[in-house]
Design a protein around this ligand. Sequence first.
Ligand SMILES: *[C@@H]1O[C@H](CO)[C@@H](O)[C@H](O)[C@H]1NC(C)=O
Ligand SMILES: *[C@@H]1O[C@H](CO)[C@@H](O)[C@H](O)[C@H]1NC(C)=O
Ligand SMILES: *[C@@H]1O[C@H](CO)[C@@H](O)[C@H](O)[C@H]1NC(C)=O
Ligand SMILES: *[C@@H]1O[C@H](CO)[C@@H](O)[C@H](O)[C@H]1NC(C)=O
Ligand SMILES: *[C@@H]1O[C@H](CO)[C@@H](O)[C@H](O)[C@H]1NC(C)=O
Length: 403
Amino acid sequence: MALPSMLRLALVAIAAARQVSVSRHMALTIGDATHNVFDFGAAGDGETDDTAALQAAINACAKTGGLAVVPAGHTFVITSVTLNVSHTGLQIDGALKVADRDYYTAKAEGKDVIVITKGITDVAITGTDGLIDGGGAAWWPHKGDFRPHMVGSDRATRLLVHGVTFLNPPSHCLELSAAFVELSHVNIFAPPSTDAPVVSHNADAYDVHGAYAYVHDVNFTTGDDDVAFHANHTLVENSYFGTGHGASIGSLCDAWVTNVTVRNVVFHGTTAGCRIKTRPKCAGRVWDVLYENLTMTDVEMVFDISMFYDNDHPYPKDKKTTLKIEDVTFRDVTSANHEFSGSFYCDEDSPCERLTFDRVHLVTDDAWTCKQSRSGDACCSHSKGTATDVQPAGLTDCFAHSL
Ligand SMILES: *[C@@H]1O[C@H](CO)[C@@H](O)[C@H](O)[C@H]1NC(C)=O
Ligand SMILES: *[C@@H]1O[C@H](CO)[C@@H](O)[C@H](O)[C@H]1NC(C)=O
Ligand SMILES: *[C@@H]1O[C@H](CO)[C@@H](O)[C@H](O)[C@H]1NC(C)=O
Ligand SMILES: *[C@@H]1O[C@H](CO)[C@@H](O)[C@H](O)[C@H]1NC(C)=O
Ligand SMILES: *[C@@H]1O[C@H](CO)[C@@H](O)[C@H](O)[C@H]1NC(C)=O
């Protein structure tokens, strides 16, 4: 018996799908179809603009979902492509290269390199040693001008990035506003923001803007925040942060962020290790944060909590800070060869509370040290906390004498 055509289509869509999961965090359903960019006229010679071919391969997934395949052994130059089909992914086994800045700007000003559109679900960017080269050096000097993110998403659901290296992002690399994100075996590499022949600018690896994010087995070695947390329910574990500005909550103003965990991470040469930065004269709350089992070498400042980030901004003088930072735990943190132990600068209108330090060993310090605060020498101001098995001694006193 012949099926009505609508029903037949629906059956095809259900039958031709694969489950993709790399952990228990989430499973995605991706269509079974594969569409190789070469079948859509790509040159893959590292020079020709292959944006249209890659977009056509994505568009070919429109009916049943599927994978647009970037084959190994070839480099495809692109400007901006749009992932606007649910149950679809990019399988990057070869390399994508972002077009030269002038050309990109002429063709796609205002658009990120990979745009994941609002409302779609089940999107994968996966690869076997896949590479996306952002050519950031041409963009970093143009701080005030348009610079694309490597991947930008606007409220998608279920997003997996796995097995891909992002090199030299022009600006923030992954700027993801999505519900349920997983990053696994992702490398993001850019030079540091100072002391390098070419310095990067704003090259955050991952800005978390959606709840329930799981980041594991990544290597973020970059020039700005390794992870910038702006959303609830993020877990980062079993990872490596090379250069960069550390595991950074914020900066925040009028924002409520809870349940952030960073554990089992090696930091080497980051500016901050554990950082929370909020702005003056703001409302909000940061609470239930855990930094655990972190091993640091050569970081500038191990702990950095400040409610005075970007103090130069003209904030209303009459408005008081009501933003709270509380219930933040640092456990099993070791650091060697850092410049400063850390500082806790909170607002007198809104002290930081219940900062808990447990088994924190700063092996190179004789005393607790910090960069000079706005108001003087103390490393703790308007901060309350407890220190158990913390070396060097002095943190308990620091909190006790905190104004
Ligand atoms: C996705 O975006 C591309 C490029 O703008 C467009 O050609 C295509 O029709 C869009 N597909 C869907 C399903 O919206
Ligand atoms: C992370 O990548 C950097 C830069 O390529 C490299 O030096 C470092 O060894 C890598 N770390 C790990 C743990 O793979
Ligand atoms: C985080 O969760 C709280 C509720 O616990 C909610 O009020 C707040 O808006 C959430 N924050 C974000 C950034 O979505
Ligand atoms: C905290 O966040 C993690 C990581 O997303 C999540 O698995 C866990 O369920 C969250 N806890 C609560 C109480 O929501
Ligand atoms: C602590 O983190 C390291 C990675 O830096 C990991 O090898 C080790 O198993 C972790 N320890 C625990 C108790 O999870």
